[in-house]
Design a protein. Structure first.
Length: 389
């Protein structure tokens, strides 16, 4: 089969790779009909996530049709499914409480040791991400082996096009959970850093969950325009001092909740971010956490901080004093995708939301390298890339 593979920092190649096979009785094989490049894929592309190896198959946003099943799978050949990026067993302590992205069993034993040393516990498995998360082959391919296929995939109707369903695999539930973690109360003012795909879906979700105002912060005009189209008030960090601007926009109170939809590769020319970039480049640090620092400082006293943005290591100059002294609540984590897919699928079926507005470019899988390069380097118009094998 053909698959997009990691060949080194900034180097993606579509290569012929072995077809996946049924390994365990709960497995299924899915023939991919649509797959996407995620903003967190760029962390791999940029070489800032450890545990990525040459020839690893990338991609964790995908959907398709079932073409083979193990004897304990509940799927049937021909069914159409969206596959969440988080891999979970459905039976452990964490899964019993729907904390699927914290599954205790989905990361193979041979991949657990490094993550356990770095994070205190082994991580759950994820498709196409890192050997810290199991080393599972990803969905930017013609075929994917899906473990635990009796619990992970979301079966979807045949009469809804891929473009409206694909983002159930990650970024739509991620934006939804980001808003939930902000514990939005009716009429709240929410500030969202980052108007990429997760940020835009966080804005959309915040309004659906009762926000009165959403302030969208970014430095890319095209993305700010999309945020404004969703009803948010755009703020360009190249033109506005963010902390002063938010104080003025909120009458000196500050946002009720803040959402960091950027994560470990913050942009901009603030002194702390320049220092973080140098440390990340020379291997002295992993996370450029300027946005998280700024969000904590900007949030009103007694407010909430939601962090869907991906972080992978340690961050310097973390404003722990501000977090504590202001009495802020901080909630984060990889998304428990399958917890939300039924509700969001129902909203799509009822035309309450149509996630396909996000797609800016459609490419064949063979153009994956061009898709990655432009998604990173031309953020003003390459908002979301969808590929067909």
């Amino acid at each position: 089969m053909r698959a997009a593979t990691f060949q080194g920092k900034g180097h993606i190649e579509v290569r012929q790779m072995p077809d996946p096979k049924i390994v365990n009785p709960r497995d299924a094989i899915v023939e991919v009909t649509s797959t996407a490049i995620c903003g967190s894929d760029l962390h791999l592309y940029d070489g800032v996530i450890p545990g990525v190896e040459k020839d690893d198959i990338l991609g964790h946003e995908f959907m398709g049709r079932v073409v083979d099943v193990g004897r304990e799978s509940t799927l049937t050949i021909g069914q159409r499914v969206v596959v969440p990026f988080t891999i979970f067993c459905g039976q452990c302590f964490q899964c019993a409480d729907q904390r699927y992205s914290a599954c205790d069993n989905s990361c193979p034993v041979e991949n657990q040791q490094v993550a356990e040393k770095a994070f205190g516990y082994p991580l759950a498995g994820m498709f196409g991400y890192s050997h810290l998360t199991g080393g599972y082959a990803g969905g930017q391919a013609e075929l994917v082996r899906v473990p635990y296929s009796d619990v992970i995939p979301q079966i979807v109707p045949d009469d809804i096009p891929d473009d409206r369903l694909l983002f159930l695999s990650d970024i739509l539930p991620t934006g939804w959970m980001a808003a939930l973690n902000a514990e939005i109360e009716p009429g709240d003012t929410i500030a969202v850093w980052g108007c990429g795909p997760v940020g835009l879906f966080s804005i959309l979700s915040a309004f659906h969950q009762g926000a009165g105002r959403v302030i969208a912060i970014d430095g890319v005009p095209g993305r700010l325009a999309m945020a404004e189209g969703l009803g948010a008030e755009p703020v360009n960090f190249h033109e506005t001092d963010i902390l002063d601007g938010l104080m003025q926009m909120t009458g000196g109170v500050g946002p009720d909740a803040v959402i960091d939809a950027i994560g470990m590769e913050s942009h901009g020319f603030s002194i702390d971010n320049i220092a973080d970039r140098i440390k990340q480049t020379v291997g002295m640090g992993q996370d450029r956490a300027h946005v998280l620092r700024q969000a904590i400082l900007a949030c009103r006293k007694g407010g909430r901080v939601s962090v869907p943005g991906v972080y992978g290591g340690k961050a310097d100059l973390f404003p722990l004093g501000a977090l504590m002294q202001k009495g802020l609540q901080l909630r984060t984590g990889q998304t428990h995708v399958r917890r939300y897919t039924e509700e969001l699928l129902d909203m799509i079926e009822r035309d309450v939301i149509d996630p396909s507005f996000l797609i800016s470019h459609r490419l064949p899988l063979d153009d994956a390298a061009r898709g990655y390069r432009n998604f990173r380097d031309h953020q003003d118009d390459w908002i979301k890339v969808v590929m067909q094998p």
